[in-house]
Design a protein around this ligand. Structure first.
Ligand SMILES: NC(=O)c1ccc[n+]([C@@H]2O[C@H](COP(=O)([O-])OP(=O)(O)OC[C@H]3O[C@@H](n4cnc5c(N)ncnc54)[C@H](OP(=O)(O)O)[C@@H]3O)[C@@H](O)[C@H]2O)c1
Length: 325
């Protein structure tokens, strides 16, 4: 099968077209014939080596944490899905940048009323956005919310989900004025430049932070009493913070974390629940995905280059076999 993979860690330049055997689904897995694969920051981290050196068959790793397509085969013990079903899947072990990918059946979400194109960029970002808001940040109706990386894949849907779950106000930060103008379509009350947000906001109940470094430090000071700052990424790639604990006690603030890979291993039913809840919002039209770029699979490195430079907006897709649509 056609795929895009890498056999050495590095930047976008390590991605190259490869020919690999079609995988065979094991117990609890489905084989997905891929229509579209989403492009995610986590896949940049994969090539860079944040998850270790490539260790796939023949020393080649195929990135791709989410994809849509049709079920091509069922592994032993899989129920509730049939060959030919259109699904969107979260792929905890990657593999989406390929004609065929293995997905745990538990993380394959039926696409009722959702196109394969939208589904291609949905499973990771929707499940993450719903999980970080409800599980890690414990969002409640009436909360005020700040979302960093507001114009990106997770950020753009997190804003809409927060609103759907009753947030009283939703603010965002981005890296450029162009992105601020673009992000307003997702229902933000205001979108600030990352460099200046700390002077413009205060008393926030929930902050979603996938950026880290100085942005994280400045954000902590903006929490309302019992406010929660949910850490779920490190896009700035600055050194980790070392923080004393007593100020959390003295100022009624909380730091919380979300990691879908850990949840997939330790609480897969929670991941499925978050995914199903978020997909229901997409199917009903309450939230939407904004696919801003679509490239053929072979041009995955270009998509990574744009994301590495922080120039991406909304959701970027790789078209693997759009004829399946
Ligand atoms: N913990 C989990 O389970 C989990 C799951 C999925 C995603 N994530 C995290 O969620 C975040 C968003 O993921 P995504 O795939 O939807 O990506 P994305 O938001 O579409 O793209 C990444 C964005 O990060 C921002 N950014 C901030 N500092 C940056 C820097 N120094 N270099 C490059 N970009 C920078 C950029 O937007 P602005 O400059 O406009 O802010 C960039 O567009 C990532 O940090 C990812 O690791 C975590």
């Amino acid at each position: 099968m056609r795929a895009v993979g890498f056999d050495v860690n590095g930047g976008p330049e390590v991605l190259r077209p490869v020919e690999l055997p079609t995988p065979v689904p094991g117990p609890g897995q489905v084989l997905l014939q891929v229509a579209y694969a989403g492009v995610n920051y986590g896949e940049l981290q994969h090539t860079l080596g944040d998850f270790g050196p490539p260790s796939g068959p023949g020393g080649v790793d195929v990135p791709g944490l989410e994809a849509s397509g049709v079920v091509a085969a069922l592994g032993p013990g899989v129920t509730g899905l049939a060959v030919g079903d259109p699904v969107a899947a979260y792929l905890p072990d990657g593999g989406g940048y390929a004609e065929y990918a293995l997905a745990p059946a538990e993380f394959a979400f039926p696409l009722d009323g959702i196109t394969l194109r939208d589904g291609g960029g949905a499973a990771l970002v929707l499940t993450t956005a719903y999980g970080v808001l409800t599980g890690a940040a414990r969002l409640r109706a009436g909360d005020t919310v700040l979302i960093h990386a507001a114009a990106g894949g997770v950020g753009s849907v997190a804003a809409q989900i927060a609103r759907a779950l009753g947030a009283a106000a939703v603010f965002g930060t981005v890296g450029s004025a162009e992105k601020a103008a673009y992000a307003k379509r997702f229902g933000y009350d205001a979108v600030h430049l990352r460099d200046g947000f700390a002077d413009r906001l205060r008393d926030l109940d929930v902050i979603l932070d996938p950026v880290g470094g100085q942005t994280r430090l400045r954000s902590l000071a903006l929490l309302a009493p019992f406010g929660r700052l949910a850490v779920y990424g490190e896009a700035a790639r600055e050194s980790d913070l070392t923080l004393p604990v007593l100020p959390f006690w003295k100022s009624n603030r909380s730091l919380t974390g979300y990691n879908i890979g850990d949840l997939a291993r330790r609480a897969p039913r929670t991941v499925r629940g978050h995914g199903l809840s978020a997909f229901a919002l997409l199917a009903s039209g309450t939230i939407r995905l904004d696919v801003s770029a679509e490239l053929p699979l072979e041009r995955a490195a270009e998509a990574h280059e744009v994301m590495r430079a922080g120039r991406n907006i909304g959701k970027t897709l790789l078209a693997v076999d759009p004829r399946l649509s």
